[in-house]
Design a protein around this ligand. Structure first.
Ligand SMILES: NC(=O)c1ccc[n+]([C@@H]2O[C@H](COP(=O)([O-])OP(=O)(O)OC[C@H]3O[C@@H](n4cnc5c(N)ncnc54)[C@H](O)[C@@H]3O)[C@@H](O)[C@H]2O)c1
Length: 301
C-alpha cells in the first residue's frame, strides 16, 4: 500500500520520503520511483527512531499478514507501539499532520455487522492475533493521547482488507488474495483455513489510496474512519471466483482454522461516504482481474 501512496503523492507534485526496513516490503515496488527528483528512500526501522521534518506523516509500517503474526509478534508490537510513538513525537516537534494506518482488526471478532466506528471491539488480548490487534489499538490510544495533550492533528484510518498488484504471495507474507491467485495460476490446490464460510470485504488498492488522500486533505483535528469497500464475500466464494477468473483446474482444500479468525468482516462505511464524498469505484471482479494480470506478468505465466 505504501508504494501506491508514494506514487500517488509524487504524481500530485509532493516531495516524498519513504522509510521502510523491507521486512515485508519489496524494494522492487518503489524501484520506478527512485530516480524521481522528489522521491527519497531511507532504509530504516520506525521502532528505532526517526528524524526529519515533514508536513504530513503517514504511518503504514507494520507487517500485516496473519501468518506473520505467528512468526514475528514482537517486531509487530514494536512497529505499532514504539514506531507509532516515535513518529507521533516527530510530528509533535514539527507540527505535522499524522495519519495512522489502523485496521479492522481493532474490532476483533465483531458481534456487530456492518461494523461502525463506535463499535469497541471483541478482541482476545492474549492470543495469536493479539500482537497485531492490540498493538494497533495501543497505536490508536497513543494518537488520541498526542491529540489531547499536544493538540496534534491526527487521522486514524481503520483499513479493511485491501489488495492489488505488488502484494507478496510467498510463505509467511502471503495474504488470501495473492495466495489464491498464485495457487490458481499454477493449478495447485487452493488452501482455505477453516470451512470457508468466514467473510471479508475487499477493497482494491487505488480505491483505498484515494480514501487516505481525501481524508488527510480535510481540515480535521482528530477523526477515525473505516476505510475500504463494503462488498462482503465468503472466502469459499472468493476461491471459486478466482478459479473462474483464472480458468484454473485447481481444487479447493480445507486446512484447520486460524486461531481467533473473525467470522464476518464488513465495514459500515456511511461515515466515510459522507465525510469524503467517495464510494469505491473498482468492483471485486474488476480488481481481481487487474491483480491476476499483474501476477501473470510477475510469474511469467
Ligand atoms: N492490506 C490490508 O488489508 C490492510 C488492512 C488493514 C490495515 N493495514 C495496514 O496498512 C499498512 C500497510 O499494509 P500493507 O498491506 O501494505 O502491508 P505490507 O507488508 O505490504 O507493507 C508494510 C510495510 O511496512 C514495512 N515495515 C514493517 N515493519 C517496519 C518497521 N518496523 N520499520 C519500517 N518499515 C517497516 C514493511 O517492510 C512493508 O514495506 C500496515 O500498517 C497494515 O497494518 C493493511
Amino acid at each position: 500500500m505504501g508504494s501506491w501512496l508514494c506514487e500517488a503523492l509524487i504524481r500530485l507534485g509532493s516531495k516524498v520520503t519513504c522509510l521502510d526496513n523491507l521486512s515485508s516490503g519489496r524494494f522492487e515496488n518503489i524501484m520506478h520511483l527512485v530516480n524521481e527528483e522528489n522521491f527519497e528512500y531511507i532504509r530504516g526501522d520506525v521502532a528505532e527512531g526517526v528524524e526529519g521534518k515533514y508536513d504530513i506523516i503517514f504511518h503504514l509500517a507494520s507487517r500485516a499478514s496473519p501468518l506473520e503474526f505467528l512468526r514475528y509478534p514482537i517486531e509487530i508490537i514494536k512497529a505499532n507501539a514504539f514506531g507509532t510513538y516515535n513518529l507521533l513525537e516527530l510530528a509533535r516537534r514539527n507540527d505535522s499532520i499524522f495519519f495512522l494506518a489502523s485496521t479492522s482488526e481493532v474490532y476483533g471478532d465483531s458481534k456487530v455487522i456492518p461494523i461502525p466506528e463506535d463499535y469497541r471491539g471483541n478482541v482476545n488480548p492474549v492470543g495469536e492475533r493479539s500482537c497485531y490487534d492490540e498493538s494497533k489499538r495501543l497505536a490508536e490510544a497513543l494518537c488520541y493521547a498526542f491529540h489531547k495533550q499536544y493538540g496534534l492533528r491526527v487521522m486514524i484510518g481503520r483499513i479493511f482488507n485491501t489488495y492489488g498488484p505488488r502484494m507478496r504471495y510467498e510463505g509467511y507474507y502471503g495474504r488470501v488474495i495473492p495466495r489464491f491467485i498464485v495457487q490458481a495460476l499454477k493449478n495447485e490446490p487452493i488452501t482455505i483455513f477453516g470451512d470457508g464460510n468466514q467473510t471479508r470485504s475487499f477493497c482494491y488498492v487505488t480505491d483505498l489510496i484515494i480514501q487516505i488522500l481525501k481524508f488527510v486533505s480535510k481540515n480535521l483535528k482528530f477523526e477515525i474512519l473505516n476505510l475500504g469497500n463494503d462488498e462482503e464475500i465468503k472466502i469459499i466464494d472468493l476461491a471459486k471466483l478466482i478459479i473462474k477468473l483464472t480458468n484454473s483446474n485447481s481444487k479447493i482444500i480445507f486446512l484447520p482454522p486460524m486461531p481467533d479468525d473473525p467470522r464476518r468482516r464488513k465495514p459500515d462505511l456511511s461515515k466515510m461516504f459522507k465525510l469524503l464524498n467517495f464510494k469505491p469505484k473498482i468492483s471485486l471482479k474488476e480488481g481481481l482481474l487487474k491483480t491476476i494480470s499483474w501476477f501473470k506478468n510477475e510469474l511469467r505465466i
